[in-house]
Design a protein around this ligand. Structure first.
Ligand SMILES: O=C(CO)[C@@H](O)[C@H](O)COP(=O)(O)O
Ligand SMILES: [Co+2]
Length: 220
């Protein structure tokens, strides 16, 4: 269904001692994508996983990969991201002084291009690029860690972005990342989000597959 809410579980909250078991569950679930957070300890105060580990994840995961790069100069890694078989490459607005060029490079490499905004970056900063991007990823926490509390102002940003997309005829999807659970997810779906990223809510749930099913039921 074109209008269905998409769910992208965030690998950062997986059990890395049992990664294969968690990925098997994702494969069996109604998850639409797998969200992968790459951090460099420079743009954000944390380091996550690199390409040797992700190569293994990509081999095991049957869902399209939604890669979120929290690194400086993300354009240096377009080839490595593409080689994982990535569907959507998300770069941060705050790390790309030449954002238009980076978006074109991602698309030329054969991936969809997403642009991510930190909580303090206004939606209006995307006015001149919105028709070029496939997705906008709104951070609803400050990036760097899973398990943080949802920032409610994100709901206003989703509505504002929905208006910008309608006004410009952009086809961009709206994805939201950080502190998403059944409660905040319902509010986001209502505000107009297309894709919800959920880390702790999915991977720490007693029944991951059922939690993904419940998130999928939230209506846009
Ligand atoms: O990009 C990030 C954090 O920087 C996210 O993708 C988190 O991994 C989401 O985790 P939860 O807030 O849903 O636990
Ligand atoms: Co993320």
């Amino acid at each position: 269904m074109a209008n269905e809410l998409k769910i992208s579980p965030s690998l950062l909250s997986a059990d890395f001692g049992n990664l294969k078991a968690d990925l098997d569950k994702i494969n069996q679930s109604e998850a639409d994508w797998l969200h992968i957070d790459i951090m460099d300890g420079v743009f954000v105060p944390n380091i996550s996983f690199g390409f040797p580990v992700l190569k293994y994840v990509a081999e095991l995961c049957q869902k399209p990969l939604d890669v979120h790069l929290m690194i400086v100069q993300p354009e240096k890694f377009i080839k490595e991201v593409k080689d994982l078989g990535t569907m959507m490459m998300n770069v941060h607005f705050e790390t790309c002084p030449h954002l238009h060029r980076v978006v074109q490079q991602i698309k030329e490499a054969g991936m969809k291009a997403g642009v991510t905004l930190n909580p303090s970056t206004p939606v209006s900063m995307l006015a001149d690029i919105i028709t070029e991007v496939d997705m906008v990823l709104l951070m609803s926490v400050n990036p760097g860690f899973g398990g943080q509390k949802f920032i409610p102002h994100t709901l206003n940003k989703v509505k504002e972005l929905r208006e910008l997309i309608a006004r410009t005829g952009s086809h961009a999807l709206i994805e939201v990342d950080g502190g998403v659970n059944l409660e905040t997810g319902a509010l986001l779906a209502d505000a107009g989000a297309d894709v919800l990223v959920a880390g702790n809510a999915v991977f720490k749930a007693p029944d991951m597959i059922d939690m993904i099913h419940q998130l999928k039921q939230l209506k846009k």
